[in-house]
Write a protein that binds this ligand. Structure first.
Ligand SMILES: *[C@@H]1O[C@H](CO)[C@@H](O)[C@H](O)[C@H]1NC(C)=O
Ligand SMILES: *[C@@H]1O[C@H](CO)[C@@H](O)[C@H](O)[C@H]1NC(C)=O
Length: 348
């Protein structure tokens, strides 16, 4: 058969190739707490929820989803930057199925921690159970995509882990148990041991490209600042603990990369950029930093961030924090861009 030159066919082939090579990883797979939960808590009985207005008012369609934000959260921005969908669905959300989850899935649960005792506080999903859901996902993925393809997806995907803040703020500094058992240094080491085991577990299940996020400057979250009634400044002790803990997490990274064959673990440090935004908000286009947009901004989050509240700000882009505990979508986007450029670029 004679070869007929058909430029349009060539063009279509190029478009198909470009389309295929656009995504840098097959999927983004997420574990952690409210910093990355896209709505798993909607499906469980807990007060740690945000699937109602004004949450989500700047999300696609203005819909509350269970994200603790006025808009998108870091995994959404990261997924988009990697050429995948602009929002990652929650695994427990019944409106999605395995064909959606094959290109991105979230197992995170607001209020959880490395420590089982932390997830007990608000009755949310413990980290070990996030892993159980991940195993369940693996089974479904094998049925959906076939053994070979599923194995490839699982080993080539980007895994995001963001957890730890609640272990300190919701658990250690709030309840007596862990304080009576551990000094704060010992508790940090206990959590580091759990982080170490968690990554061993994920590696054993086939994960290779993993980003481990440290904790933010926890003392600067509006809810924590309220203890400094006179100057409303950041709580230094909590920031120091965050720095120490992040330092320990960071040194875990080279150790695990040596120990676990094929592992490409990176430390995603959000602390410095987060603190820069808090210290020089106007440089980043923010007007308000010490209180959140929702309600008075001093304490409101979850059900207290109420649709009836007359004080909620009209433009969340002017606020570093959306509620008393979680950054606004705009702050989240700045932090995500920074992490993509400085920590995740090696997977791009
Ligand atoms: C997933 O849902 C879509 C749309 O609701 C449907 O078309 C598809 O068949 C479902 N796929 C599986 C594997 O269940
Ligand atoms: C957390 O709970 C799970 C399930 O009960 C258990 O398997 C695991 O050992 C616990 N972790 C710790 C550190 O106690």
């Amino acid at each position: 058969m004679a070869y007929i030159y058909m430029p349009w066919l060539f063009l279509i082939q190029i478009l198909v190739l470009v389309g295929k090579s656009k995504a840098k990883v097959p999927a983004v797979i997420v574990f952690g707490d409210s910093s990355v939960d896209s709505g798993n808590n909607n499906q469980i009985q807990t007060i740690a929820k945000s699937n109602f207005v004004p949450y989500g008012r700047d999300f696609f369609g203005g819909h509350p989803t269970g994200r603790f934000s006025n808009g998108r959260i870091p995994p959404d921005f990261i997924s988009e930057a990697f050429g995948l969908k602009p929002a990652i669905p929650a695994y427990l959300d019944p409106t999605y199925n395995i064909s959606d989850f094959a290109t991105g899935v979230c197992f995170a649960s607001a209020g959880t921690g490395y420590d089982n005792a932390t997830s007990d506080v608000l009755g949310v999903i413990p980290l070990w159970k996030e892993v159980e859901y991940y195993k369940d996902y693996q089974k479904k993925l094998k049925v959906y995509a076939g053994d070979e393809k599923a194995k490839e997806i699982l080993s080539e995907s980007l895994y995001l882990i963001s957890v730890g803040t609640n272990d300190f703020l919701e658990n250690y500094y709030t309840l007596p148990d862990r304080q009576s058992q551990f000094t704060i240094e010992q508790y940090q080491d206990f959590l580091i041991g759990l982080a170490n085991n968690f990554i061993h577990t994920l590696h054993g299940l086939g994960a290779r490209k993993i980003s481990l996020t440290g904790v933010p400057p926890m003392g600067c979250l509006p809810l924590e600042r309220t203890v400094n009634i006179f100057d409303h400044d950041c709580v230094k002790e909590y920031n120091n603990v965050a720095l120490e803990f992040n330092g320990k997490l960071k040194s875990l990274v080279p150790k695990l990369n040596k120990e676990l064959p094929g592992l490409k673990l990176v430390f995603a440090n959000a602390y410095d950029i987060f603190l820069q935004i808090v210290k020089k908000p106007s440089t980043f286009g923010f007007d308000v930093v010490s209180v959140g947009c929702c309600g008075t901004g001093l304490f409101e989050m979850s059900y207290m961030c109420d649709p009836q509240s007359p004080f909620t700000c009209s433009d969340a882009n002017k606020y570093v924090f959306w509620d008393a505990f979680h950054p606004s979508e705009k702050a989240t986007q700045i932090i995500s861009k920074y992490l993509i450029k400085n920590s995740l670029a090696k997977f791009l």
